[in-house]
Design a protein around this ligand. Sequence first.
Ligand SMILES: C[S@@+](CC[C@H](N)C(=O)[O-])C[C@H]1O[C@@H](n2cnc3c(N)ncnc32)[C@H](O)[C@@H]1O
Length: 261
Amino acid sequence: MGETEELEYDENMISLLEAVWGEGFMSPGGTDEVDRILGNKDLSQAKVLDIGCGIGGAAVHIALTRQPNSVTGIDIEENLVNLALELAKKNNVSAICDFQRVEPGPLPFEPGSFDVVFSKDSIIHIADKFSLAEDAYQLLSPGGWFLASDWLCGYEGEPSPQMQAYIDAEGLDFDLASAKTYQQAFEAAGFVDIECEERNAWYRIQARVERDNLAGPLYDELVSRVGEDFLSREIDVWNKMINVLDSGEHRPTLLRAQKKL
Ligand SMILES: C[S@@+](CC[C@H](N)C(=O)[O-])C[C@H]1O[C@@H](n2cnc3c(N)ncnc32)[C@H](O)[C@@H]1O
């Protein structure tokens, strides 16, 4: 990203997302959701890559709780990587948890560098799911796991006007794909044991709690930090998101797949 380009996740957005989702998180569910993605997979001594690490909450949680060999978080926004580095330092895990800014596109690591490729709600920003699956497959060691959550869509083709209104309101660079597309991309890359676990039922309820927190207990404190206009716009985004969670067009999903041994 060039210096003149606008940040997708600026200071106001980070303040708001951390207020709703917890320190270090720019996506729903916090550490509980990270644990759900990882399930009972053994990460001890694993080399873990976190694609789209944001401000580091998930990577630091993995470093603190799963005894990995290393966690490498990558992101395209330098401001986020710097905050992630600070979070690792604050939690005394800098020795095993590092963060790097990368350019969008093929990832700058040798084949077989990682035992787990993790990602939380970030690959929505990567348009070509087939190239992403191929890259992840190459980066994994034999038997390694791709373990992620992402925001999928419940339709093929064009979004409904209601869904388009939500995507426009978010104003972020979203490239939503269906579970079928992910399944095909993982299969084409050579993954086995591919699982897509729906989280729509959970997030439909949780998103209402988040919206009510934004409009209620968090409101005054957030207005003083991000301003009333910004906060009102974000509450409107949440309302539009709840509409498409209810219609099933917005489908948060956990994705798991294994590289053949
Ligand atoms: C919704 S945030 C999630 C961040 C973090 N995983 C979390 O759960 O808190 C999406 C992240 O993906 C990053 N991102 C967008 N495009 C990317 C790309 N091509 N490669 C790596 N990261 C990317 C964004 O900068 C942002 O930090």
